[in-house]
Design a protein around this ligand. Sequence first.
Ligand code: ADP
Ligand code: ZN
Length: 769
Amino acid sequence: MGRYEAGQKPALFILVAVPVPSLDLLTYAVPEGVATPSVGARVVVSLGTRVVTGIVVEVNVGRGEAAAGIKPIRELLDVGAFVPPDVVALARWTAEYYAAGVGDAIPALLPPMARGGRADAHKTTRVAAITAAGIEALDVARGVQSRERAITAKQREALELLAGTPTGLATPALAARGIAADAISRLARRGYLSLRQDRLDRDPFAGTDGGQTGVRRGSDPGPDPRLTPIDRQLTGEQAGALDRLTTLAAAREFRVALLHGVTGSGKTEIYIRLSAQIRTSGRRVLMLVPEIALTPAAASLFRQAFGERVAIQHSGLSDGERHDQWQRIRRGDIDIVVGTRSAVFAPLEHVGLIVVDEEHDGSYKQEESPRYNGRDVAIVRAQRAGALVVLGSATPSMESYHNAMTGKYERVVLERRVLDRPLASVSIVDMREAYAAEGPDVILSRTLREGLQTRLERNEQSLVLLNRRGFATAVFCRQCAGTIDCPNCSVSLVVHGEGSAKRARCHYCNYTARVPAACPLCAGPYLEQAGFGTERVEAEVRKACPDARVARLDRDAIRKRGALASLLSRFRDGAIDVLVGTQMIAKGHDFPRVTLVGVVSADVGLGLADFRASERTFQLLTQVAGRAGRGEQLGEAIVQTLYPDHYSIQLACRQDFPAFYERELQFRRAMRYPPMISLVNAVVRSRTFAGAMDDAADIVEKVQQCDAGLRILGPAPAPLGKLRGEYRAQLLIKGMNRKKIREALQSALATRPELQRRVVVDVDPMSVL
Ligand code: ADP
Ligand code: ZN
């Protein structure tokens, strides 16, 4: 520990990463007499008028007299590495690969409240969340010259941070990013953010809202079928797969294996046994899952098998929990970390195995800077650690499957469900025929209604999927054909609720309005609702099956803390007959009493202008069909669609992954999309449409000057042409070499520093909407 005193000569220079968006490494001087810090140590530095805690990334970048502009550090919090040096290096790689500032990658490395080195022991924490008024203020601030701004730069920064995390951020977390308490209370007084008090459950395995759906509590202590002993007999296929993976792990070298196992083939069991072996060999395991609450109680199963030496890491935990778990991992008290994408940066040493379950899942991609894919960072981490990576999925991504087919990855296959349970039988309902037979307003076809009724009589459960929220997806005027659109975004407002609770809402910026009685454009009195979402489907199911106990699972239904876990456990306990929901109901759940899955509009995603539209549709349909028939009874899926001949629907219904892969690869090859080439998406934001297009055109020209070999699509208006009051233009850069694309783009942007803040660069995008 040391503190700089004025007048001292600097002894050496260090590079520091500070948790400030889009900042690169900064050079500071360590004064003479202060210990030499290690890479990974925390250091307090001044940055403009602010004081922030950063991480030492490089030491000894030269010695000498204080150079002009290089400040001494204020305080060294650790002499040794607080964050392990290999994790610091991983974050640096991530920032570079994904064209982000190193500062963007820092928050993922630090436990919450690491600023002062001492854990906050309070029982509650204050959480700030942005309000609609705050979003509006931010929109205004983004487009206005600094002198006319209604909020200060610091307040704007706070709002930018909060806009990225609508559920809110704990005030200590904000403080760690340099947002002081007075800035927060000033914003709260103006109504731009709301403050609430959240409890700190320090043990994420206690309490009922950690998403531990596999653990029963309270009045029902019955055994959970999932919590099976580790000595259960493996199926022949499982044993074969485990053997293969064991051999790979024993080599103690970097390897990637794709575990391609159909839904219900018992992949979790393999992860657990492989982890046990790694542990016996003295190494540690990182187990990544897309969303802890939506994955079948992965953490509980690991806890069951490995007891105290398991930690969980994900954003749903309170700061206190996360802090404690992080410290235990860092101290070496933990052998297995189960977590969501940011857990790839867990301070775990001697990593021998990284499992990425449901590797195809879009949740592995972070949709804010750094826009990293947790799966791909996991592979890089394993490469550096000489570890085995197991990518598990029933529907692998095109990229991973391609790597397996070309021999880059090992392919390990589970073709059958455990106990030889058959996959669900799938039938397609052509909705054009249903409309002809029952009229244009039918939402649940006769086949699906009868299917639900039969399950009800047999006391079995059903899932009904529609990947679209709300009651009606648009309101339009019969007189002028106008729709009621969001004032900030180029989308129509979605109607939520019925009767007096009816509101129109934007799914992108949360703008809400009353549904007017007359058309705001022509005053015509005939406003009609069009399109339908999960809320409407829920109402239709109630109408079709008046005796059924029906519930809905989508983002709106689980806003309250604990609502998700409670819904899932009520469904598991049989207190719900039919669960209606979005893709959330398709994710990894294991509900043995579900025998019917209905898909209301299988083609919802197919119309999107995204090269992954077919892949996503195929994955969603295969995964949701995979939720049926996991118990003793046979499963059935009924798929309603307007495009019964589309290959992604046809092949998902036949559950024929290899055929889908071949067909989709033809498309990717012909149109030059990943995995055949590398892709970088750049979106330019501007106050005006012309401004966005002009700036995008300028970038295209400069990129092309740098590297004439790159193919560029655009500039074009982005599919979501206006978002939160800003116009968006897009350019897609294609090339064989990602590094060349990034370099050309970065040198193009370097000529327009003022533009950089308005350009979002997405390397290996999951979605180009
Ligand atoms: P996947 O992740 O591949 O879809 P799970 O790992 O969820 O499949 O396993 C499906 C179900 O089969 C679970 O209920 C699990 O407990 C059970 N299971 C797994 N392996 C076996 C086995 N060898 N014998 C009996 N049941 C098993
Ligand atoms: Zn909007």
